[in-house]
Design a protein around this ligand. Sequence first.
Ligand code: KG4
Ligand code: ZN
Length: 337
Amino acid sequence: MTTILAIESSCDETAASVCRDKIILSNIISSQKIHEKYGGIVPELASRAHLQSIVPVVNEALDKAGVELKDIDAFAFTQSPGLIGALLVGAEFAKSLALAFDKPLIAVHHMKAHVLANLIQPLGIETRIPSFPFLCLTVSGGHTQIIVCASPLERKIIGQTLDDAAGEAFDKSAKILGLPYPGGPLIDKYAKNGNPEKYHFPEPKIEGLDFSFSGLKTAFLYFIRDGKAANENFVEDNLADICASIQARIVSVLLHKLKKAAEETGITDVCIAGGVSANSGLRTAFEKMGKEEGWNTFIPKFEYCTDNAAMIAITAYYKFLNEEFEELSVVPSARTV
Ligand code: KG4
Ligand code: ZN
């Protein structure tokens, strides 16, 4: 049996998790509230908040798992991509522990980990997991990708966004509506009471399996500007319908390409992952498409969709089996390494 402590600090969540083989024993997440008043993440403040939270978060993850540092077989951290100052906090913390306890150090790629959240086995819950090869639509604040996952550590990107990510499309639409950051979950909340067919936004015409959301953002900006010109309370009067309609378009763009990817590859085990996979409109429409297309569909538990360390732990477990360890000189990187 292998016990791993994993740390995630790539953006504005300080998170730690302990796994024993594929079973997650604890998954602690501390979300930084400080950024709300700035309408977006302030990198310097994120680094400082990670420094304040990391010790209590790691201690809580160990306590909840019922293990001590001396029981840990390897220490893992998110290496890339992310905010460099934020990544450094988790990386240096994991390195110090690996050095102090003379145990292997494992570096994990954040986007690969989002995909492998679909392989997590929560403690005491029998969970179906996809068979290889599977397809994954990975949708987060910085990335939108369609992945073929041939084995736990083999990931091929077959489609991706040419500009904004799906999470940005949600967050920027929310900002145009005057909603606070991050707006994705708020659009989801208001959309629940709205009519998704009330307003129509253009579907981007992009070849192949790639995505583009910048044209949709501009169309949305002009739509709101024109609506407000005709009625200064246009947004307040129609918030639920506006949110439902823009959400429906973002979801249909994503699923249209996912369906194309499944047809082209012939793969029928299909997953979603990343922060936007927490979106209730996407989850429902994905399940519906899966039934129509005869797919086996998989969605991580809600707590494993947005940033978390359990996904880093499960990825580290597979790297441990492969003995993919790092020297203490390893450095994190803002961009993919
Ligand atoms: O994966 P994640 O937690 O962090 C990154 O790696 O970027 O994704 C964050 C993104 C944000 O853009 C956030 O607005 C979006 O996921 N998000 C949602 C929902 N929950 C989180 N977007 C739409 N509906 C949601 N329920
Ligand atoms: Zn993420």
